[in-house]
Design a protein around this ligand. Structure first.
Ligand SMILES: Nc1ncnc2c1ncn2[C@@H]1O[C@H](COP(=O)(O)OP(=O)(O)OP(=O)(O)O)[C@@H](O)[C@H]1O
Ligand SMILES: C[C@@](O)(CCOP(=O)(O)OP(=O)(O)O)CC(=O)O
Length: 420
């Protein structure tokens, strides 16, 4: 190792979040985070939802430290420790001739790290911040330490930080294979298709509540496995068939099958939550109203236009078959869930705002003028629920992790290794 103690070597990466369309819910090993069934997800465009993480190493650092969204957090938790241990054990020699730095494989065991991470969306609000966050931690450390493993092998490390994180190592459509081995070495993520394979899809997320949830996914799924008689049937009989059908639907870009499977699997996941003792309620009245709005529309069209799925929270993730459908969906959603009168429409729809133009919405007056969707015009229930949705995010399937090479994108100061 170079004698001079003043150098800081760092790497910055950006990693997407993902939404499961066949859900992971239940572990067979709590420590290694091994699931009771395979799962499949869609990676969301990091332009709209992502984690950025800078990792740095320096002989001047006296301990491993981490800052999340600007606040220092403890790295003492078992999951962070597992990821750090697994990555360090795979580190190899690193040489930076320009800076005169040489770190050997053995040096990594004694060198300390500084980590700064930022989520461009609410943390711990059911928008899979742990997935993007832990995947980004593992990916950036692997690059800093010159780890030679491929992204599938890295996914087995990210998995030990948070199960769903293993699927964020790839873009597009991703399967987490549950594996059989007790060591977890075959419980890895693989890419089914990249983000270009099915690029007409448009994703609209209704952020129903960005408050931190009552029951974390980790404790929720533990309680389900301990008490739900239904979850075993789901894992053994239902999910294996759905995984095969979902892979086929993705391969053939078969939207009706994709939508049917996504909606059924989300509903069954929430059914096993209800089957848990005491029951777990992640969805609320607004979530149920969104389901009913999509179901009515799909039924009236004779074939699904939109798929919905809900994770461990009330936020709705809706996947529309194309932009035209997404614009029609947005009109329906804005009819039922208009913003409060003092909210600017441009802060009510974030991410890919161009969907507003497609839907013909320029200001609040256009929202007020929206007619009831034809499929509900004869029903007495045309009341709206102003303010029940905090905001919408419009996005699409996106790419996997990337390195950010511009100095300006780093979250740590290159001289001190402290947050900028
Ligand atoms: N960028 C990040 N880097 C490292 N760890 C993170 C990051 N973002 C979130 N986490 C960890 O994940 C935790 C939040 O995970 P949690 O499962 O409660 O919520 P979520 O991932 O937002 O929602 P869900 O998994 O239910 O969709 C945080 O408390 C933190 O420990
Ligand atoms: C409902 C889910 O989002 C559950 C995600 O659970 P986590 O991956 O957050 O749980 P841990 O492995 O305990 O960290 C479904 C899914 O993403 O597949």
């Amino acid at each position: 190792m170079a004698e001079n103690k003043s150098w800081v070597l760092m790497v910055t990466a950006q990693t997407p979040t993902n939404i499961a369309v066949i859900k992971y819910w239940g572990k067979r090993d709590e420590n290694l985070i091994l699931p009771i069934n395979d799962s499949i997800s869609v990676t969301l465009d990091p332009a709209h939802l992502c984690t950025t993480t800078t990792v740095a190493v320096s002989p001047s650092f006296t301990q491993d430290r981490m800052w999340l969204n600007g606040k220092e957090i403890s790295l003492s938790g078992g999951r962070y420790q597992s990821c750090l241990r697994e990555i360090r054990s795979r580190a190899t020699d690193v040489e930076d001739e320009k800076k005169g730095i040489r770190i050997t494989k053995e040096d990594w065991q004694n060198l300390h790290l500084h980590i700064a991470s930022y989520n461009n969306f609410p943390t711990a609000a059911g928008l899979a911040s742990s997935a993007a966050g832990l995947a980004c931690l593992v990916f950036s450390l692997a690059k800093l330490m010159n780890v030679k493993e491929d992204n599938s092998q890295l996914s087995a490390i990210a998995r030990q930080g948070s199960g769903s994180a293993c699927r964020s190592l790839f873009g597009g459509f991703v399967k987490w294979i549950m594996g059989k081995d007790e060591s977890g070495s075959d419980s890895i993520a693989v890419q089914l298709a990249d983000e270009k394979h099915w690029d007409e899809l448009v994703i609209l997320i209704a952020v129903v509540s960005s408050r931190q949830k009552e029951t974390s996914s980790t404790s929720g799924m533990r309680e389900t496995v301990e008490t739900s008689p239904l979850v075993l049937h789901r894992a053994k009989e239902v999910v294996p068939k759905r995984i095969i059908e979902m892979e086929e639907a993705i391969q053939n870009r078969d939207f009706p099958a994709f939508a049917r499977l996504s909606c059924s699997d989300s509903n069954q996941f929430h059914a096993v939550c209800l089957d848990t003792s005491p029951p777990i309620f992640y969805m609320n009245d607004t979530s149920h109203r969104i389901i009913s709005c999509v179901e009515k529309w799909n039924r009236s069209e004779g074939t699904p236009q939109v798929a919905y799925t809900f994770d461990a929270g009330p936020n709705a993730v809706m996947i529309a078959r194309n932009r035209k459908t997404a614009a029609l969906l947005l009109q329906r959603l804005l009819f039922h869930f208009p913003p409060q009168s003092d909210v600017d429409i441009n802060s009510y729809i974030v991410g890919d705002k161009s969907i507003l133009q497609d839907a013909g919405i320029h200001d609040l007056k256009d929202v007020e003028a929206l007619p009831p969707p034809p499929e509900i015009k004869d029903s007495i229930q045309t009341q709206n629920f102003k303010g029940d949705v905090s905001y919408f995010i419009c996005t699409r399937p996106g790419r996997g992790p990337v390195l950010l090479t511009e100095d300006s994108q780093a979250l740590l100061n290159p001289d001190t290794g402290l947050p900028k």
